[in-house]
Design a protein around this ligand. Structure first.
Ligand SMILES: Cc1ncc(COP(=O)(O)O)c(C=O)c1O
Length: 408
């Protein structure tokens, strides 16, 4: 079977045309930090499959948890029924997030939808009909309707979908205080990606703004939603982005690395105040319920992934990764096509002066046996915490060579 030929005929890839306007590589298998292509080419992985494979691929403990659960009960509906993997996961998430009421969902975007709906229902339970949110420029919260509405209006899909999208209030993080003060009577809450804004621009901001959001949301009884889907589980060097400010939001969404990148799963965690206010009011219920909510395979693998993370020396590992990113990427500032270099935790970013280089950079990396996928002006790497120094250096040095190749 010619996989790539068939792919071109029927298979639509993310943010792409059909057939794809770029080359799509066929993957045969993965292990640790390695992606093996159909022609047996081995690539060192510098993407951790979009912030998810924090332990690397096919970790034996995760595969064991998956297989064990698969032979017992791969799936069961969550309406009116419960099971040990889900209950165990909600307990550990409640402890880790300090938010005791947990709703399990099936993807990051869905957990953000649930978070927005929960905030609206909370305000409704308090007798207020508020449906707008304050969100940030450069934000990315997912691709479903509600999520797209709180993504950056300029660099997201707003222009394509027009009035299909709900209308919210956007500001730069530096203006968050005056924006909340101005609009607090008309919004249900505030949604942010803590510390690092991911797909909307890979921007890092000062934790002091999270403290301001916390203080003002408490003052005005607004729901503070921290979307930790990308930042969570140690990516920024602390368990949560919010930990840099020492604050707890009213709602936290988690996903991506929740299962170590093995299964699709997410969660919306919130306070007792919010769950009780909704449950004890005329609203009564959280009106949401995906078919695959609380999937036992995903919950089992999430429990194994969290246990693996907590038992590991992940903080030291992330610190070491960060030092390498700093040492290796910092000198790239001097290249004329480089606008900025940023790094935090296990995330290294080179922002370019133009978006015209992305395709060339990617091709250079693949030729040199490294998997990186630049988008727009951003050439970046997010790695597994188990990456070996040699592998990480292969990634950063290939980034350097790829940039020098263009810079001339
Ligand atoms: C901060 C943030 N929120 C939400 C999402 C959406 O998650 P998913 O792609 O699993 O729907 C993403 C995905 O990149 C994300 O980075």
């Amino acid at each position: 079977m010619n996989i790539r030929k068939l792919d071109k005929q029927h298979t639509w890839h993310p943010y792409n045309s059909l057939p794809s306007m770029t080359d799509i590589l066929a993957v045969k298998k993965t292990y640790a930090q390695t992606i093996v292509l159909e022609d047996d080419t081995k690539l060192v992985d510098g993407m951790s499959s979009w912030w998810s494979a924090i332990h690397g691929y096919n970790h034996p403990k995760l595969i064991k948890a998956l297989n064990k659960q698969a032979s017992k009960m791969p799936h069961i509906m969550f309406g009116g029924l419960t099971h040990k993997p889900a209950v165990k996961l909600c307990k550990i998430l409640a402890k880790l997030t300090k938010l005791p009421s947990v709703f399990l969902a099936d993807s990051g975007s869905v957990s953000v939808e649930v978070a927005l709906k929960t905030a609206i229902l909370y305000q409704k339970a308090k007798g207020k009909n508020l449906h707008k949110f304050i969100a940030l420029n450069n934000a990315y919260h997912g691709d479903t309707l509600g999520c797209m509405g709180v993504c950056d209006p300029q660099n997201s899909m707003h222009s394509l979908y027009g009035t299909y999208l709900p209308n919210h209030i956007f500001c730069n993080i530096k203006d968050i205080e005056k924006t909340i003060k101005k609009y607090h009577k008309t919004v249900a809450g505030v949604i942010v990606e803590p510390i690092v804004q991911g797909a909307g621009g890979m921007k890092i901001y000062d934790p002091k703004y999270l403290k301001i959001v916390r203080k003002l949301c408490t003052k005005y009884d607004l729901v503070f939603i921290a979307d930790e889907i990308a930042t969570g589980f140690g990516h920024t060097g602390k368990m949560w982005g919010c930990d840099h400010a020492g604050i707890t939001p009213d709602i936290m969404t988690v996903g991506k690395s929740l299962t170590g990148g093995v299964m699709t799963l997410s969660a919306m965690c919130t306070t007792k105040n919010i769950s009780e206010t909704i449950s004890n009011s005329s609203v009564g219920v959280l009106m949401h319920g995906p078919t695959f909510m609380g999937n036992p395979l995903a919950c089992s693998v999430a429990n194994a992934s969290i246990e693996l993370l907590l038992k590991s020396k992940w903080k030291q590992k992330v610190k070491k990764i960060n030092k390498i990113f700093q040492k290796e990427l910092e000198p790239l500032r001097k290249l004329s096509i480089v606008k900025d270099v940023r790094y935090i935790g296990a995330i290294g970013v080179v922002e370019l002066t133009s978006d015209k280089y992305a395709q060339k950079l990617q091709e250079f990396c693949v030729k040199n046996k490294v998997w990186l996928r630049p988008f727009g002006k951003l050439f970046y790497s997010i790695v597994s915490y188990n990456i070996k120094t040699k592998e990480l250096l292969k990634i950063t040095r290939t980034m350097k060579k790829a940039l020098e190749n263009i810079d001339g």
